[in-house]
Design a protein around this ligand. Structure first.
Ligand code: G3P
Length: 226
């Protein structure tokens, strides 16, 4: 499963990218709104793209098909490798269909059911973003939607990428990988939590303590012999 970071925070993106574990980044209007409003959105997106280098999803805020296409073209004028994030509404399906006809990659977002994922795929989306955490928030099973979608994809031989989004904790990451998501887009804090294990920290502390003890003993022995 590929790992993307779900963020518009440059420090977080820089740090996660420096670890060599990311193949992409997804942003959305809410994530951008958390950052310094003095920085132009275009400049921020371009900097994010330059840091990560791989996939970069940028979301439109228009809600009518023609306006979505115009906004997609504006984003593509910033950098032609952009993946356009389009919301899963009827106008968004029509926009996705048109963009896909021009071979522009679309990440269809705000997907909460396997039938929505299927429609997104059929409209030509290259990525279908299923929001696990927000389904769990309303006592539905987000991971079950990923499992159902993966099962349909296998049976029907569909090739768009299943993207697990709205991840809230490392168990979501684990479950998404087990359910066969092709990609997970993960907040920085969840990425960092998923890398940490107390036995790794304790183990390293013990290795270093033993090494320094050995060095001290060697130094003592040498001074006795000198
Ligand atoms: O980028 C879309 C998605 O990951 C948002 O997550 O935590 O706002 O539900 P969240």
């Amino acid at each position: 499963m590929e790992l993307y970071i779900d963020s518009a925070n440059l420090d977080h993106i820089k740090h996660a990218a420096s670890l060599g574990i990311l193949t992409g980044v997804t942003t959305n209007p809410s994530l951008l709104a958390k950052e310094d409003p003095a920085v132009d959105v275009r400049d921020r997106i371009l900097e994010i793209h330059n840091i990560v280098g791989g996939h970069c999803s940028v979301e439109v805020v228009a809600t009518e098909t023609d306006a979505m296409i115009a906004e997609a073209d504006e984003i593509l004028s910033w950098f032609p490798q952009a993946t356009i994030k389009i919301p899963m509404i009827p106008a968004g399906l029509a926009a996705t269909h048109q963009l896909a006809g021009r071979n522009i990659p679309v990440n269809m977002t705000l997907i909460f059911s396997a039938t929505q994922a299927l429609a997104a795929n059929n409209a030509g989306a290259r990525y279908v973003s299923i929001f696990l955490g927000r389904l769990d928030d309303i006592a539905n099973s987000g991971i079950q939607v990923v499992r159902d979608t993966r099962e349909i994809w296998e049976r029907q031989g569909l090739d768009s990428k299943i993207l697990a989004a709205s991840l809230r904790h490392p168990m979501h990451l684990l479950e998404a990988a087990k359910a066969g998501a092709h990609i997970s887009t993960t907040p920085y804090q969840v990425i960092m939590q998923s890398l940490k294990h107390p036995l790794t920290d304790n183990g390293l502390e013990k290795f270093l303590a033993d090494y320094h003890k050995m060095q001290a003993e060697i130094a003592e022995l040498r001074s006795e012999l000198a």
